[in-house]
Design a protein around this ligand. Structure first.
Ligand code: AMP
Length: 305
């Protein structure tokens, strides 16, 4: 089954302790698509400016990402500049230039409107809400956001929460949005606003999936070298939703497996700058890492006599 994603399509400039990259492919919709398309067809909605090197998106098309919803507008593309210190869990945003995103009004092509799975990637929550008005009863709608929008558009995010089934956030964003320090309380606060599922990502410390009656924890893969953490969150979401869309199964057992696909995908995303590692990733490598994750948390309980 296909996944519809709306989000930023960006040019990123990133500095990490291991190197620097300028004007590389980035954005929430780009990372999500690069990840999810390993598992299932993806339909992308977003906007690029006249300066975007559109030919660099061709490998995504070759992997099954439909760009019929990518608008080409006059003006500068969305640009994000960020830096990571030795704590690779925390990005410092140096510059955000919305460019053509500041005038963007998403138009979902007719052939995308019946997508069964929808991911509202990190963009202005007013645009995320606009998209929901144009789709026909998807089986699952998930959304993401970040500190930039929580600061400036918190009421719109809270309105959005009434209309989605699932939210993915990192721990800092969950605390900022809910004004709760404790993550269990933060997840409950979000579920009280509407969503049935909340995924709170904790970078190299794994991710929690909170459901109404259960909690599941998926570890992060212990990589020896993390090169560039940008896009890990969107790649997690791409692996998670991509796996659900591929299997079409929303049972709790399958959602737990999907968390492991999300975690595996996030771990590949950070091995190289931009989408480079995701684009060379094979399905066999992905499955092998999911098996490694399972191994990481499998143990035999000693039964008391
Ligand atoms: P993450 O998966 O959270 O690391 O997301 C990284 C991507 O988010 C980068 O490629 C950026 O281009 C994109 N990004 C950064 N700031 C924003 C923003 N305010 N709105 C939408 N996308 C953003």
């Amino acid at each position: 089954m296909s996944v519809l994603v709306v989000g930023s399509v960006a040019l990123d400039s990133v500095e990490t302790p291991f190197g620097k990259a300028d004007d590389v492919l980035g954005g929430s919709a780009t990372f999500f698509s690069a990840a999810a398309s390993i598992l299932t067809p993806v339909q992308l909605v977003g906007v690029i400016g006249s300066d975007y090197p559109v030919e660099r998106l061709q490998p995504l098309v070759d992997r099954g990402v439909d760009l019929a919803g990518l608008e080409h507008a006059d003006g500068p593309s969305f640009r994000w500049r960020g830096r990571y210190g030795h704590d690779l869990n925390a990005a410092e945003t140096l510059e955000t230039h919305l460019g053509v995103f500041s005038r963007f009004s998403p138009k979902i092509p007719d052939q995308f409107r019946s997508a069964p799975f929808v991911f509202l990637g990190n963009i202005d929550p007013r645009l995320q809400l606009d998209v929901l008005k144009q789709v026909e009863r998807p089986r699952l709608v998930a959304c993401d956001t970040m500190n930039f929008w929580i600061q400036s558009r918190r009421p719109d995010i809270i309105e959005l929460l009434k209309h989605v089934d699932m939210v993915t956030l990192n721990d800092g964003e969950a605390r900022q949005l809910t004004e709760k320090v404790n993550l269990v309380q933060a997840a409950k606060w979000i579920m009280d606003c509407g969503p049935k599922h909340v995924i709170i990502k904790k970078g190299e410390h794994g991710a929690f999936m909170f459901n109404r009656d259960s909690v599941f924890f998926g570890p992060a893969f212990p990589l020896e070298n993390v090169f560039d953490p940008t896009g890990a969150g969107d790649s997690f979401a791409g692996g998670f939703i991509g796996y659900l869309a591929r299997t079409g199964d929303l049972s709790e057992a399958n959602m737990r497996r999907a968390v492991m696909y999300g975690s595996a995908m996030g771990s590949f995303a950070v091995e190289e700058f931009s989408t480079a590692r995701l684009m060379s990733l094979t399905r066999a490598e992905l499955d092998a890492r999911v098996r490694d994750l399972r191994q990481l948390v499998t143990f035999e309980e000693e039964l008391s006599t």
